[in-house]
Design a binder for this molecule. Structure first.
Ligand SMILES: Cc1cc2nc3c(=O)[nH]c(=O)nc-3n(C[C@H](O)[C@H](O)[C@H](O)COP(=O)(O)OP(=O)(O)OC[C@H]3O[C@@H](n4cnc5c(N)ncnc54)[C@H](O)[C@@H]3O)c2cc1C
Length: 452
């Protein structure tokens, strides 16, 4: 076993760990990054198709309020372009399709008013959450005791309103509304600037995409760090003592003053800690499960649905996929439909073959966009729960009771161990923006500790 020494070890070469390492190095702190995979970028993964078009199998969108992402993109010279949304959206339910323009809405005024008041209530609640400490909200206990599904049942009165809010949950969290603490839902929307911003396209969470793929953000950060990033190094054990920490991978033993664990709580909980972590911190790692999402793309010669005035956006009652976006390149040189299967449907379909999922995705696309959708020239998918070093996405979420019982353990350092990763963010938690914010915060903690 090779031994190394540095001032700070960062575990995880996703956006969060790389951002932390960069900040440390810029402050004159000697840091090394251990990355389990043979690539950086974690939950972002870009792939170039034979026609030269780059697609993202992980994170892909950036919002205008994701300032850290936008500034890093600018620094790295990465171009972005707006998500295509001209034309009507499709609702495909019970084998029938209907159309809508603008935000998803009901045909009848009563349901429409119900959706509007539900959105306003959720916006007000999200805006009231203290993002650094959601458990201090005056109604924290009551909100943490109920699920998002309970809140929908109590606050929406029409079938359509309830359907729409329940439908939205896996799209944002990749778990069912019945699995989420309502306090977490309010926190998450609050951290992203509100329900409308998080779920919206123009001006919102799905506003723009990267020509060269979102993984380039991490690749760019890693390039700047050079040999400080060590790939294929799975951190398995962390021991801390009065003088420092020792981190072990299969091949390396690294001695340092501090360590930043830039992983989701689920994966952080799989490392062995000596001495063992405090009970609350370990319990937290058991209460923030990763969601389930399968991201799939159907590639066509051209975005034919645009001819008929359709935006390529569709909501379906099918399992595969539930939600569809136009994911074509900006110049429309080929047509790409992006589908998401999330939450319970994803768990139902995860054991099926890729071929079965492909056939189902094509069937759904034909239902939404007509027979031309029946002959894609390519089908590409990524099932994130099966990834050993992600074990799901988009992020770890809080189950009922977790924020108020274990929330204080989310960011609090344990001796010389500091926590990063998007799950610890207070701004755009769950997104790449949150990952960068968390990396900055953890690095600042460590810089102060190392200097004192
Ligand atoms: C399908 C999908 C769609 C998404 N859509 C968007 C989107 O449109 N916009 C957006 O902003 N965000 C999106 N996200 C979320 C976004 O990708 C994540 O929030 C972000 O990438 C998390 O970064 P991170 O550094 O916190 O964690 P990760 O990216 O998970 O990085 C953790 C790193 O640690 C490594 N690792 C794990 N265990 C160990 C170990 N024991 N030792 C060493 N290394 C280890 C992993 O390999 C990984 O590289 C999406 C994610 C997915 C999967």
């Amino acid at each position: 076993m090779e031994t190394r020494a540095c001032e700070v070890v960062v575990i995880g070469g996703g956006a969060s760990g790389l951002k932390a390492a960069r900040q440390l190095v810029e402050s004159g702190v000697d840091a090394l990054v251990l990355e389990a995979r043979d690539r950086v970028g974690g939950r972002t993964l870009s792939q170039t198709l034979v026609n030269g078009v780059t697609i993202d199998l992980g994170g892909q969108w950036v919002a205008p309020t994701q300032y850290r992402v936008l500034s890093l993109a600018q620094e790295l010279g990465l171009g972005i372009f707006p998500t295509y949304e001209d034309g009507d959206g499709v609702v495909f339910q019970g084998g029938e399709r209907s159309f809508f323009s603008g935000r998803t809405d009901a045909d009848d005024p009563v349901s429409s008013a119900d959706v509007k008041q539900g959105r306003l209530k959720l916006e007000a609640l999200a805006a009231s959450i203290p993002l650094e400490a959601p458990w201090t909200h005056p109604d924290a206990q009551a909100l943490d005791r109920i699920t998002y599904a309970d809140w929908i049942e109590q606050n929406l009165t029409t079938d359509f309103g309830r359907w729409l809010f329940n439908f939205n949950a896996p799209g944002v969290f990749s778990v069912d509304a019945s699995e989420l603490s309502m306090l977490h839902v309010a926190f998450y929307f609050g951290a992203g600037g509100g329900f409308g911003v998080v779920t919206g396209t123009r001006g919102g969470g799905q506003d723009s995409r990267f020509h060269e793929g979102m993984q380039q953000l991490s690749i760019g950060l890693a390039k700047g760090l050079g040999e400080r990033v060590l790939l294929n190094q799975v951190a398995g054990r962390i021991r801390q003592d009065d003088e420092g920490v020792t981190v072990w991978t299969d091949e390396l033993e690294i001695r340092a003053k501090r360590v930043i664990v830039a992983l989701s709580p689920t994966l952080a909980g799989r490392i062995r800690y000596q001495p063992a972590l405090p009970a609350l911190r370990d319990a937290l790692t058991q209460r923030m499960p990763m969601g389930t999402a399968i991201k799939m793309m159907l590639v066509y010669d051209r975005p034919f649905w645009r001819d008929g005035g359709l935006s390529g956006f569709a909501l379906t009652d099918c399992d595969v996929p539930q939600l569809i976006y136009d994911n074509s390149p900006e110049d429309g040189s080929c047509g790409i439909l992006l589908g998401f299967t999330e939450g319970l449907p994803a768990r139902r379909w995860i054991a099926e073959s890729a071929e079965a999922r492909r056939a189902e995705a094509i069937r759904t696309a034909v239902g939404c966009f007509g027979s031309e959708a029946g002959s894609p020239r390519d089908f590409i998918e990524k099932s994130w729960m099966e990834e050993e070093f992600s074990r799901g996405c988009y992020a770890g979420t809080m189950t009922p009771g977790s924020w108020t019982t274990f929330g204080t353990a989310l960011r609090a350092p344990v001796g010389r161990i500091h926590w990063a990763g998007t799950e610890t963010a207070t701004y755009w938690n769950g997104y790449v923006e949150g990952a960068l914010q968390a990396g900055e915060r953890a690095a600042a903690e460590v810089i102060e500790a190392v200097r004192n």
